[in-house]
Design a protein around this ligand. Structure first.
Ligand SMILES: [Zn+2]
Length: 289
């Protein structure tokens, strides 16, 4: 089974505004079919979407079997208003509103809950994350509510502190997770959280001129050390690309993600087996229980 455990089918890797605009007045199925065709061409049979606000991933799930693909979607990602996440989903102010959104995912037939607990990397300054991370109390309550409804939780989370918080709160997978340290890696290992480090999300930006390569290298190097530490400490790792994000193309980017893992960890049977186990774990957990 070839798995891309983190994609956004509503984006095209080139121009976020244009790509989202194509679905603004109703989902454009031809775009989805072209992306699914790319996955089929690359023999990818499992996709887990990170969500969108336009129901594109929900439609993709309905037609994915025609391409031999098992498709899982949270429908939309959920963020706290005033924090990062509106580009992929819906916001809440109170926990009651959050619970309503979780029930809305259930009503729409979503497979799991995607939450945003931090912002993204500040590409002008290595080590910095945009915005403010959600509090331990918030994340704990969000994970609890989702689990009570029978959903696994995929968490968009960067920075060591926020990863540690998310892992302690029991999220089922951590996405991106840039800037880990020993404590956050230990927390993931202890809690059995699967880490999807989306290596190519940063690596594919190198040499493109949009951001400073020096900063990109610093971010990538920290992720390299984190992934090495994760393997040592027994953290489950899985392959996800964030396909649809700028310069991360549907289909082709999975081979790039594998190449990045192999460059960091070595292309050994042991590494292949471990990535296979991490993907299998995602496959089994991220469906409604
Ligand atoms: Zn994403």
């Amino acid at each position: 089974m070839r798995c891309d455990c983190h994609v956004h089918v509503f984006m095209d890797g080139l121009d976020y505004r244009k790509a989202a605009g194509r679905h603004r007045d109703g989902v454009d199925e031809s775009v989805i079919r072209s992306h699914l065709g790319e996955y089929q061409k690359h023999h990818i049979t499992y996709l887990r979407d990170g969500g969108d606000a336009l129901f594109v991933s929900l439609r993709a799930r309905a037609i994915a079997p025609e391409y031999g693909i098992t498709y899982r979607t949270p429908v939309f990602a959920i963020h706290k208003n005033g924090h990062y996440g509106s580009i992929v989903g819906r916001g809440f102010d109170t926990m009651e509103e959050y619970a309503q959104l979780v029930r809305e995912v259930r009503r729409l037939g979503g497979d799991f809950i995607k939450i945003m607990t931090t912002g993204i990397m500040d590409f002008t300054c290595a080590g910095k994350i945009t915005g403010e991370a959600l509090s331990y109390a918030d994340v704990k309550e969000m994970v609890h509510i989702a689990h009570e409804e029978g959903f696994a939780v995929m968490a968009h989370t960067n920075s060591a502190d926020a990863v540690r918080t998310a892992a302690l709160c029991g999220v089922d997978s951590i996405e991106h997770g840039n800037y880990q340290d020993e404590d956050s890696i230990a927390a993931m290992a202890d809690s059995g959280t699967v880490w999807v480090p989306t290596l190519v999300t940063v690596r594919n930006l190198l040499g493109k001129g949009r951001f400073t390569d020096e900063v990109l290298h610093q971010i990538a190097d920290t992720q390299t050390r984190g992934v090495q530490m994760a393997l040592e400490k027994g953290v489950q790792l899985a392959t996800g690309t964030d396909a649809g994000a700028w310069m991360v193309m549907h289909g082709t980017s999975l081979d790039q993600e594998y190449a990045s893992f192999y460059k960091i960890l070595g292309e050994t049977e042991d590494v292949k087996r471990k990535l296979g186990e991490g993907n299998q774990d995602i496959f089994e957990k991220f469906k409604i229980s």
